[in-house]
Write a protein that binds this ligand. Sequence first.
Ligand code: PEP
Ligand code: MN
Length: 353
Amino acid sequence: MVVVMEPGAKPAEVDAVVSVVEAAGGAAFVSRGISRTIVGLVGDLAVFETLNLPALPGVSDVVRISTPYKLVSRQNHPETSTILVGGVPIGPDTITLIAGPCAVETEEQTVAAARMALDAGAVLLRGGAYKPRTSPYAFQGLGEAGLRILATAREETGLPVVTEVVDAHDVPLVAEYADMLQVGTRNAQNFALLQAVGAAGRPVMLKRGLNATIEEWLMAAEYVAQRGNLDIVLCERGIRTFEPSTRNTLDISAVPIVHTLSHLPVIVDPSHAGGRRDLVLPLSRAAIAVGADGVMVDVHPRPEMALCDGPQALVAADLAELSTALTGMGRLLGRPPALAAVPAYRVLTRAAG
Ligand code: PEP
Ligand code: MN
């Protein structure tokens, strides 16, 4: 059961709902979104029915949710959410292009990739300082030094930063630097990590586990939401199938299905889905055609030298072509690029060029 508060509900009114539920032996989890606060109830529904919760001040609605996920369900939140990342929207009214290197390798490489992103019209910078690698002998990322490089790239370009956190203990540190915390496919059911990012006060990019069903993915999002954070963007990045010609199989049907089940925005990562540069553009087109709210792609100034995922990294010309294609599709769909929200200093940086 979920209690939906009125848009202007006061903190004391939310606290009163929590107290009433707790006094009746239930647990209440408060999630504050941009437009409204939702309180998820866990406990005996029959007891909750006797509490007359709709009559409490500040309560807009009390909804019985039939899905196992509640806070992220569209049932209690019919309009699609827009999540702001450093002022940049990800949601139904725009198409958001996120670009950057798979891994932060050096300051020079990261700033060059960030400038490629900026020049092509991307509005968020991606890049991993902590890399969850299949092999323990592969480059594991620069850690905090990488976070500092991302902060420099943000200063240089004005692009807010999305970066992965792989361990619950690192969440406070990564949150100091990041505008958005990414949980990767390998950690998509690391529940301690999901709870920690849920409490970190930053928007979260939640990748789909490589063997997760859509319901498992939404339950993972529910872990984040239950800790009070509804600023979640879901990222479809391909799932593991029997097909070896791509790195993963992009589950394109997941996009409209998730939009039906959940109010959270969905973006697609065609780079990690296909694992091939030549597939990034066609998979991106497919993503936007089925209603994705944006795409996130790998770029690298010298893909042949990349320490991670070079074969899927775009170069500047590819990224420009992708951006043009997305803008064209967005025009047809009435969804402009999320440029309007980019900070003024970005425009200055561009002019200074
Ligand atoms: C990434 O985006 O850098 C990444 C490691 O992706 P995934 O978790 O989808 O493999
Ligand atoms: Mn990668």
